[in-house]
Ligand binder design. Structure first.
Ligand code: MN
Length: 237
């Protein structure tokens, strides 16, 4: 039995090779007694289950097959796919996790996060996040037509890109005090997250912080077989 962790796949219809790589990964690399943890930004954009489940029907079917054969699959929302809802969960058999989520593996407490809440220096983003994570905003947004939602999502993306262009690398990365604070709060010596697309294992005073990589010409995943040490694996697409 292994726990597998992935994040930041950013699946998009324009990049079918990434969806194919995920489907191959699920079909060939994952066993029935494994657990798969997806730590956010599985999709480049998700404007609602009604649209997303049609756009990504192949990925939905793949997850359904995976959970039907016994694999437990967990999903934590990222900043791109936070509108994933109950219809998606019903269709895929995936369980939604809150962010952060504390879990115990092999007598070790591990904190799982997407990672965007750790970027506390990016005040514009944190303001935007509070807005779009409010139930009121989400209700209003999901009541709009798919065309209008698509247009609004594209506008938000454009605004975010033009703001990001002026921000330093430090602002866009996690804040080390925020990391220390959350690890102390949850009393963990291991934090696993994605979001920043800066895959690395950081050795900290409080323990280790593993940043999962995004999917590009290759994909990274963390494999943690029960009773053994975890290791990061990079596979080409
Ligand atoms: Mn992200």
């Amino acid at each position: 039995m292994r726990r597998l962790f992935i994040a930041d796949l950013h699946l998009h219809p324009a990049r079918p090779e990434h969806s194919c790589a995920l489907i191959d990964f699920c079909e060939q690399r994952i066993n029935a007694d494994d657990e798969l943890y997806i730590l956010g930004d599985l999709f480049e954009v998700w404007i609602g289950d009604d649209v997303g489940m049609v756009t990504y029907a192949d990925v939905i079917a793949c997850f359904k097959q995976l959970t039907d054969t016994g694999t437990k699959v967990y999903f934590m929302a990222g900043n791109r796919d936070f509108l994933i809802g109950s219809d998606f969960c019903l269709a895929t058999g995936i369980t939604l996790l809150p962010d952060p989520y504390l879990i115990r593996f092999d007598q070790q407490d591990v904190l799982l996060m997407h990672g965007d809440t750790l970027c506390t220096d990016d005040l514009d983003y944190q303001g935007f996040r509070s807005l779009v994570r409010s139930p009121h905003w989400q209700q209003e947004f999901l009541a709009m037509s798919p065309a209008l939602r698509m247009q609004k999502a594209a506008n938000y993306r454009q605004q975010s890109q033009s703001m990001t262009a002026t921000k330093s690398d430090e602002i866009m990365d996690v804040n080390s005090d925020a990391v220390d604070q959350i690890m102390a709060q949850y009393q963990v010596s291991l934090l696993i997250h994605g979001h920043t697309h800066r895959p690395q294992v950081h050795h900290l005073n409080l323990g280790e912080r593993i940043v999962l990589g995004d999917w590009g010409g290759h994909f990274d995943y963390l494999s943690w077989p029960q009773g053994e040490a975890w290791h990061l694996i990079r596979q080409s697409i």
